[in-house]
Design a protein around this ligand. Sequence first.
Ligand code: HSE
Length: 456
Amino acid sequence: MRTRPLKVALLGCGVVGSEVARIMTTHADDLAARIGAPVELAGIAVRRPDRVRRGVPAELITTDATALVKRGDIDVVVEVIGGIEPVRTLITTAFEHGASVVSANKALLAADGATLHAAAAEHGVDLYYEAAVAGAIPLIRPLRESLAGDKVNRVLGIVNGTTNFILDRMDSTGAGYSEALDEATALGYAEADPTADVEGFDAAAKAAILAGIAFHTRVTIGDVHREGLTEVTAADIASAQQMGCTVKLLAICERSANGQSVTARVHPAMIPLTHPLASVREAYNAVFVEADAAGQLMFYGPGAGGAPTASAVLGDLVAACRNKLANTTGVGESAYTQLPVSPMGEVVTRYHINLDVADKPGVLAQVATVFAEHGVSIDTVRQQGKDHYSGAVDASVEGAGSPMPKARGGRRAGGDAILVVVTHRAPDAALSATVEALRKLDTVRGVASIMRVEGE
Ligand code: HSE
């Protein structure tokens, strides 16, 4: 074994960074044996140097991250700061000075992964980011390496633990969204500002990264259709339960039917209780991958937290160090297919729609005609008295940028029944047009909720 150590710079020493530092110290002998040389923590850049960090050598702390990555003797930079700038500049500077980079930064990778990959390739170093998607769960490397000989067609994942916790509580206790969010906050799952999680930004960044790797193309967060879960109601969850389903915030990346494009989206969806993702409880993550030869695979585990995320970081660190010793690099970006990303309107899936209607002769026929006129085939229709259904009349699955018309109308006087329509597979644009037309019918008092049905 080489005795001269490989030098590691750590950018950020919060929840994840301090676990990385701790494991590097406590597992130093094993890491050295696995790598073939000792690894030494050469410096730790932080914003607040006075903060007490137990087990972290104080002499390694600096506030000058730029000087650290420019030292010239750093073999691997571990970035666990997050955000776009100054991190992008720090990473490219590290590359310029010969260091490989291990990052947990989903926002940066989803916004500008191509630039970073190109810079790493130009300087003959590695860029690894297993920790950016789904915490401890091995996902990037299996998609990039283990499945490199297969053709991935679909990735369907629960990639945000906070929202899964909220939906799980709503499902198991009947709680509304706000109540479940309060519980998630009290237990430390949701942050003080939960926007990134509950509006789906976090999951959308992960979806972009997964889609790019799975389909060997480039997908950025701007390509991902995004709807959060803030408008999911207890009544939506009850509707799902009546269908033998549960509601999950899913990241869905698919090849189109003709194979000429891909789609990436994040939104709440009903999935059958028989689907493996339905059993993912609390704040766990899971990603279901469908590939030509492999069939169906599921990756499951903790998607966040200091030690689980550090586990993924350390795995990348070992890989980057081994490559450094061998004077080589690992697999870089593979984007040769250059498949375009289709808009949400072209996504084909099933829908569950609750309509608040007048209960009189001909209404069902009118509603069915609107579906037929837009080429949306109905699978099942169920009518129930309004007492069956409470509280969801203003509910909607619409989020920012959604082409799906917002459910609205409320429970007006004179609405007598709820029609629950489940469609066969149809393009999202056709469903949106159907809903617009339904709202114009006098006999339709309101569109109480619309939810996509996945995983069947
Ligand atoms: N906030 C994320 C989650 C973890 O709740 O899953 C970091 O991506």
